[in-house]
Design a protein around this ligand. Structure first.
Ligand code: OGA
Ligand code: MN
Length: 275
C-alpha cells in the first residue's frame, strides 16, 4: 500500500490496494491512514455492492442513514443521488455526517456509480489542522465547552430539504434528533485534538441560547476552513473514498446541473466522543 497526499494537511490517495480483498493488516493500515489524514481515495476499484457491504462489515458496524433513500436490493446502502432535472444535491454545504447522534458514525465509504461529465467533486477539510490554527485565545475560550447538535431543521417537514426538489426523496422527516458533544474532541484512535462543531448541525453551546452562541459559533465555522486544511476529491469511475467524520468536514459541490450523479454510501458506526 502506497499513499500520496492530496494536499499538505488533508487527504491521501492510496494505491496498491483492492478494497474488495483488503483485510487483516492491510485493513488496519487503511484505518490508521484515514484516522490520521481524514479521507482516503482509492482508484480503479472493482467494488460491487456486495463487496461494499462485505468490506464495511470487516471494518465494523454499519449505521443505516435515517434520511437518504436506500438501495432497493441492499438496504445497508444509502443512495446519494441527484437526477438531471433536480436543482438540489445531498450534502451541498460544509458538514460532518451524523454529529446529531450521541454516538456519531465514524465515517463513510462512498462509491462512485454514475458521474456527471464534469464537476461533482467533494471537498474535505481537516479539523485537526483547523484546531491547531486557532489562536491561543480562542483555544482557551472553547476549552471545556460542549455544544448541542440536531438534524431537525434540515430534515423535518418544515426543514431545509423539504423546501427543495430533494424533499420528496428523503425519508425520516418525523424523526427527532439531538446530541451534545465537546467542542474540542480527542480523536478516539489518534488522540489528536479536533474541532468538533459544524455548520450544518451544531446549534448552540450547552447553557447558552442560539442567539448567545451564534457569534462564537460563526467565528469557529469561519476559522475551521483555513487556507491550507482542505483537499478535493475528483471522482472517476471506480473511485471509492472513505472518510472520518471526526477528523473532517466535507462539502459536495453542486456544479453539474442537467446531469445525473449517483453515489453509494455505507455509513460506518463510531464510538462515543470525549474531550
Ligand atoms: C454524504 C455526502 C458527498 C458527495 O454522502 O454524506 O455528503 O460527494 N456526500 O456526494
Ligand atoms: Mn455528508
Amino acid at each position: 500500500m502506497h499513499t500520496t497526499p492530496l494536499a499538505p494537511k488533508c487527504g491521501v490517495e492510496v494505491t496498491g490496494i483492492q478494497l474488495a480483498e483488503a483485510q487483516g493488516d492491510a485493513l488496519d493500515a487503511i484505518r490508521q491512514t484515514i484516522y490520521q489524514h481524514g479521507v482516503a481515495v482509492f482508484r480503479d476499484q472493482d467494488f460491487s455492492p456486495e463487496d461494499h457491504i462485505a468490506f464495511a462489515k470487516r471494518w465494523g458496524g454499519i449505521d443505516i442513514n435515517n434520511y437518504f433513500p436506500l438501495e432497493d436490493e441492499y438496504p445497508e446502502i444509502a443512495v446519494v443521488r441527484k437526477k438531471p432535472d433536480q436543482e438540489t444535491n445531498i450534502g451541498g454545504a460544509w458538514h460532518t455526517d451524523h454529529s446529531y447522534d450521541q454516538i456519531p458514525a465514524m465515517g463513510s465509504i462512498l462509491v462512485a456509480r454514475t458521474l456527471p461529465p464534469q464537476g461533482g467533486d467533494t471537498l474535505f477539510a481537516h479539523m485537526g489542522a483547523a484546531y491547531d490554527a486557532l489562536s491561543d485565545e480562542l483555544k482557551a475560550e472553547i476549552a471545556g465547552l460542549e455544544a448541542f447538535h440536531t438534524a431537525d431543521h434540515v430534515y423535518s417537514p418544515d426543514g431545509a430539504y423539504a423546501k427543495t426538489d430533494m424533499g420528496s426523496e428523503l425519508r425520516g422527516q418525523e424523526l427527532k434528533t439531538g446530541a451534545t458533544h465537546p467542542v474540542v474532541i480527542r480523536h478516539p484512535h489518534t488522540g489528536r485534538k479536533l474541532l468538533y462543531v459544524n455548520y450544518a448541525f451544531t446549534i448552540n453551546f450547552v447553557g447558552k441560547t442560539r442567539e448567545e452562541s451564534l457569534p462564537l459559533l460563526q467565528q469557529l465555522f469561519a476559522a475551521a476552513l483555513t487556507d491550507d486544511n482542505q483537499c478535493r476529491v475528483e471522482w472517476a469511475p471506480g473511485s471509492v473514498a472513505i472518510w472520518d467524520n471526526r477528523t473532517t468536514w466535507h462539502n459536495a459541490l453542486n456544479d453539474y446541473h442537467g446531469h445525473a450523479r449517483e453515489m453509494h454510501r455505507i455509513t460506518l458506526s463510531g464510538e462515543a466522543l470525549a474531550a
